[in-house]
Design a protein. Structure first.
Lengths: 549, 221
């Protein structure tokens, strides 16, 4: 099936299709992957900046280990714990509800993110729950706002039941650590991811940052806070990556389904395309010797296939024509062979049917001899034609003088011409007319032509053989003053077994192959043969052969 | 029985004519279609042997023209033995078809069969009273006895037997028994009839004065 057009079409189509789906899928996946990382980076940076801002709102002694004002008793450096229960709320993160009186639910239905967009509850500055806090930024629109860090110890997710009807998507908790300039850990979140970084201590970065690096399973943002403090935020990627992988599998599944549907559709379409071809070949294969007149129907075909079908039809036409010729030739040949055979057989049967005189037997034998002579010449002629047809004739070309060839033929047929009362003349130039050819075969050409001319010229007529040069051609003409040939017969004269006048056929002998043999021989000598004839005045046969320079 | 052979191959024409003459037929020869058609329409033949590929008029054309006026049985004899040729020949009105080369015995058998069928006799043996005329073996038997006849006498008897119960005119006898080259003015018929009467019995053949002869179905010697 691979070698079929349909199969190959299918393979190519399927291949290109699969490739484009693969490329498209990879691009989508890559884009999503970049998206996840960009978002995570953004969030990590925002968180870091948020922490930075939060640190800036702390009293300086907390960060630089300076003298501690007495009005804040009991306050401790280590109590600085920004509230990241659901991740920090970055100041420029679009979590705010749209302006106007949009209900809150609308906001909640924003696309799911690992980021917990609810954040801590809105707080009023001076909340009695957080007496230690510096005054935070006031809520921007009354309901949701960016809050100052909540220094309350992280004691579980707040407001868990704020909107109990909405299940919370799985989320990653951001983790962070803050060091003083001297490397003393001020604060850290709970979590496993941050642990190795705590052990390693703060990284030394020159500028303020933030410096972003993507670790295995997390995005790390580092920046310098106030008083050369160091802020480290880890934004875990676990859930995002899991989501991304799920998305990848979804793409792969859809690609597979699309590929399957496309391939099956393609197979169907290519089948429809190929069906007319199959019908053509079916019709063509049903055309045999007995139904050569059948043709492929081209009415309902596409342009390309019409072309193909026409080519096939033309081929069939030529085949039919040549087959018809072949059949005709076979019938003619068999007729020509069967007639003498019938004579021989009936003569023999007659002779044997009863005792006869010696004279009768002699007569029978003579008749049989004549018939077998005729068959022999016929078979010879057919054999010669078959050989020239198959290019199996063994020509031994040598430079020969066409004058000699013509004269030899004239000498051979002088007696026959005399017997028919026909004058036979030969006109040759003084200079030799050299052609390249095999004398044994070439001499049959003028001989056949002269013999033919004598047959068709009544007593008292004249046959003239002429040899001359014309340009780079040697020309031999045989001209008779016979009855001439009707113009309609001239193109068919050189066909095998073609007889202009069937009346002459038997009594004057001749197998009907003479002119066909002439043409074959002339053509195997790279020459041409033609005939001009005027009815009632005579015919001229002209043979042109290339001169041997 | 008189047969016309139309054949353009002179040797074959001669051979067929000779073999048919030796078989007791009166044979006319024609060397081409035109001559054949002329003879076929001028004389009454018991059968015509016709070649197809002939000069001047092909066998098909001869058949077509002949069939407008005559129903003479025609046996086509040709070297063309393609199915189409045979079908075309038979469709143009030929009664039988024989391809060259052929066996002379087959040609003779087919001719006999053609002639028999043309006068409505199915078997090669014609029974007239006690007499059995075997057209195949060319013999006449009465009971167990073989009656010896000359070929001419036999031919005459066969003609009478084929047309038994009918008057056979002298013209008919001439047309069926003598070739175009024979002298028809002689009293040969009278001689042959009297010879037949001598050999078969006096009352066997009745003379109808001014009409011809008649062989009666129940004729006995």
């Amino acid at each position: 099936m691979i070698r079929s057009i349909r199969g190959r079409l299918q393979w190519w189509y399927g291949g290109v299709y699969a490739l484009s789906i693969l490329v498209f899928g990879c691009m989508v996946y890559w884009r999503a992957d970049r998206d996840v990382h960009e978002r995570a980076t953004l969030q990590a940076v925002s968180a870091a900046q948020y922490l930075d801002a939060s640190l800036r709102s702390l009293p300086p002694w907390r960060l630089n280990d300076g003298p501690r004002p007495p009005q804040f008793p009991g306050d401790d450096v280590h109590s600085f714990r920004p509230d990241f229960p659901n991740g920090p709320m970055p100041p420029d993160f679009e979590m705010r509800p749209p302006r106007g009186d949009q209900p809150r639910e609308n906001i909640i239905r924003l696309p799911a993110q690992n980021w917990d967009r609810r954040g801590p509850p809105p707080r009023v500055p001076g909340d009695p729950d957080n007496p230690q806090l510096p005054p935070g930024r006031p809520p921007r629109d009354g309901q949701r706002g960016i809050e100052a860090p909540n220094l309350r110890p992280n004691n579980g997710p707040p407001n868990g039941g704020d909107r109990p009807n909405h299940p919370r998507p799985p989320m990653d908790r951001m983790e962070f650590a803050v060091w003083r300039a001297n490397g003393q850990l001020i604060s850290k979140s709970e979590g496993e991811l941050i642990e190795p970084f705590l052990a390693a201590g703060p990284a030394a970065i020159r500028d303020r940052g933030p410096r972003i690096s993507v670790l295995d399973g997390a995005v790390r943002a580092e920046m310098k806070g106030p008083f050369e403090s160091m802020i480290l935020v880890l934004r875990p990627l676990g859930h995002d990556m899991a989501n991304l992988h799920r998305f990848g599998w979804q793409i792969a599944g859809m690609a597979a389904v699309t590929l399957f549907v496309g391939t099956v559709g393609g197979w169907w379409v290519s089948g429809r395309m190929v069906r007319p071809i199959q019908e053509i070949s079916k019709t063509a294969s049903h055309i045999s010797v007995t139904s050569l007149d059948r043709r492929i129907e081209t009415r309902n075909l596409d342009a390309e296939l019409v072309q193909l079908a026409s080519v096939l039809n033309c081929a069939f036409e030529r085949l039919e024509e040549s087959f018809g010729k072949l059949t005709q030739f076979t019938a003619d040949a068999s007729h020509e062979l069967r007639t003498p055979l019938a004579v021989i057989q009936s003569q023999m049967e007659l002779a044997l049917s009863q005792p006869r005189s010696a004279d009768d037997y002699q007569k029978t034998l003579r008749t049989c001899l004549g018939s077998s002579e005729r068959m022999r010449s016929l078979v010879d002629g057919l054999l010669l034609l078959a050989k020239t047809d198959a290019k199996r004739i063994q020509l031994r070309p040598a430079p020969i003088d066409l004058r000699q060839v013509a004269e030899e033929a004239v000498v051979q047929l002088q007696d026959r011409a005399a017997a028919n009362g026909v004058e036979l003349e030969c006109a040759t130039p003084d200079d030799a007319v050299m052609v390249s050819g095999d004398a044994t075969f070439l001499v049959r050409v003028p001989a056949n032509l002269i013999d033919n001319a004598i047959q068709h010229t009544p007593g008292g007529g004249k046959v003239v053989v002429e040899v001359r040069c014309e340009g780079d051609e040697a020309v031999l003409t045989v001209k008779d003053t016979g009855s001439g040939i009707d113009a309609e017969h001239v193109p068919l004269l050189f066909d095998r077994f073609y007889r202009v006048d069937t009346a002459r056929s038997r009594t004057q002998g001749g197998s009907g192959l003479g002119l066909a043999i002439c043409r074959s021989l002339v053509e195997s000598h790279q020459g041409t043969i033609g005939c001009e004839s005027v009815l009632g005045e005579g015919s001229t046969f002209t043979v042109r052969l290339p001169l041997n320079s | 029985m008189r047969v016309l052979v139309v054949e353009d191959e002179p040797d074959l024409l001669r051979t067929i004519a000779q073999v048919l003459r030796e078989d007791g037929y009166a044979v006319d020869e024609a060397a081409d279609g035109q001559e054949g058609l002329y003879k076929a329409t001028s004389w009454t033949y018991d059968a015509i042997v016709l070649d197809l590929l002939m000069p001047k008029l092909t066998g098909w054309e001869v058949l077509e023209k002949l069939r407008r006026t005559h129903t003479t049985p025609v046996l086509i004899l040709t070297a063309r033995d393609g199915v189409n040729d045979r079908v075309r020949g038979l469709d143009s009105g030929a009664d039988d078809y024989l391809a060259k080369p052929f066996h002379l015995v087959e040609l003779k058998a087919r001719l006999r069969s053609l002639i028999r069928r043309s006068v409505g006799v199915a078997s090669s043996q014609i029974v007239v009273g006690e007499l059995v005329v075997d057209t195949s073996a060319k013999t006449v038997v009465r009971g167990e006895t073989l009656i010896l006849l000359t070929p001419r006498e036999y031919s005459l008897l066969e003609l009478f037997a084929l047309h038994r119960g009918e008057v056979v005119t002298r013209t008919q006898i001439y047309e069926h028994l003598f070739e175009e080259t024979d002298d028809s003015l002689s009293n040969l018929i009278d001689v042959h009839v009297s010879n037949l009467r001598r050999k078969l019995g006096k009352d066997f053949i009745t003379t109808r004065r001014g009409q011809g002869y008649i062989l009666h179905e129940g004729a006995t010697s």
